[in-house]
Write a protein that binds this ligand. Structure first.
Ligand SMILES: Cc1ncc(COP(=O)(O)O)c(C=O)c1O
Length: 377
């Protein structure tokens, strides 16, 4: 069987496993606000799905997204999720021979998109105490070449949970401007950050802000997000988008309802997420060889460093998999540092995290005896 078939079949099994505890995808499993469900039910009941949505998205949603991030001079193009936004941006703005720069770890798909159009990819390592687990802008400046066409910053970083300070993002924006490069600021996890600063407010002309409804609102399976950019840039991106017949009307109705209840609902999600993080942080010192290099995390996930324990991340993920709990092995994010960590999502019911922690000593033991031919997603 082809590798993607094996991975897909494995993932299909997970999706169809009743009661699986999703602690590996940074998805949000806090019960949705009733208004979001009602919006979808109304959309289905009134059979609104017979029509195509407007190509750039429902106007109310486009305005809502721009207002949500607070970039009034910019415009939004609704997409089938942040990953589709990134695909579209890479395919429209990159050419063969261009250079795409990002961190290691980063979110991997945009690197694949860049390579698929013939661009080269440069990664700046940031995993490790020697880097303080973050991108020092001076190291970005040193990596720039005449071919640098796009800088991709995941902020907050997935998987590390670090977020750029105001000074750092100002510096990154300055470097991008000097290089004449596109700055793709992936803000998928922005709402979970303790502090977050938009590059677009510093370098509006060529920053592309990537927006997602998957994480803060928990709509991962509905596929809705956006590209936010200067109206001129958006004109270019709107010329041949992959979803030029509009994104799902059902998803857009849900997203719109989500924006309306965000102020009331999201603080509870954040509170649960941060309490779950704290619980893990407090429990880890009781397990030999485990630590949390970044705390607090600015995402809805945390990284657990396990290299000192001698346990392989894949084995630990497989051990949890046997108990119906999905966590993410580091290699999903980075071949260079993937043997050092696992990632655990925290925007989940507290009882899931309690179970994760209760099982941890036993899972470490189990992991030591695991034969690693178990497929992982
Ligand atoms: C950094 C980052 N960007 C984009 C995405 C994809 O988001 P969406 O579900 O909106 O496509 C993810 C999903 O994990 C992510 O971690």
């Amino acid at each position: 069987m082809k590798r993607f078939e094996t991975r897909n079949a494995h993932f299909d099994r997970l999706v169809n496993t009743p009661g699986l505890k999703w602690l590996g995808q940074n998805t949000n499993h806090i019960p949705a606000h009733p208004a979001v469900i009602d919006a979808m039910v109304a959309c289905a009941r009134d059979e609104q799905f017979h029509v195509y949505a407007p190509p750039a998205g429902l106007e109310a949603l486009r305005a809502g997204i721009v207002a949500d991030v607070g970039l009034p001079a910019q415009a939004a193009l609704v997409s089938d999720g942040a990953v589709a936004s990134l695909y579209h941006v890479c395919h429209t703005l990159l050419r063969a021979g261009d250079e795409f720069i990002t961190t290691d770890p980063t979110w991997n798909w945009p690197m694949a998109f860049a390579r698929s159009v013939g661009a080269t990819v440069t990664q700046i390592p940031i995993y490790g105490a020697e880097y303080n687990y973050r991108l020092d802008p001076a190291r970005l400046a040193a990596a720039i070449t005449p071919r640098t066409k796009m800088i991709y910053i995941v902020d907050p970083n997935n998987p590390l949970g670090v977020a750029c300070t105001k000074a750092e993002i100002e510096e990154v924006a300055k470097i991008a401007r000097t290089a004449g490069a596109w700055l793709v600021h992936d803000c998928t996890y922005r709402d979970f950050a303790h502090e977050h600063h938009l590059a677009a407010s510093i370098y509006p002309e060529r920053t592309i802000t990537i927006y997602s409804f998957s994480k803060w609102l928990g709509l991962a399976g509905l596929r809705v997000g956006a590209i936010i950019a200067d109206p001129e840039v958006l004109e270019q991106l709107a010329a041949a988008p992959p979803n030029n017949l509009g994104s799902s009307i059902l998803s857009q109705r849900a997203a719109l309802a989500g924006l309306a209840i965000k102020a009331e609902w999201f603080p509870q999600v954040l509170d649960i997420t941060r309490r779950n993080q704290a619980m893990i942080y407090e429990a880890l010192p009781r397990v030999e060889g485990l630590s949390m290099p970044v705390y607090p995390s600015n995402g809805n996930f945390i990284v657990i460093e396990c290299s000192a324990s001698g346990v392989q991340p894949e084995a630990l993920a497989a051990a949890y998999g046997e108990r119906g709990i999905m966590i993410r092995q580091g290699a999903y994010h980075t071949p260079n540092f993937g043997d050092r960590f696992v990632k655990v999502s925290t925007s989940v019911p507290q009882v899931w995290v309690e179970e994760f922690l209760e099982l941890l000593p036993a899972m470490m033991e189990r992991a030591r005896g695991i034969n690693l031919d178990t497929p992982l997603f």
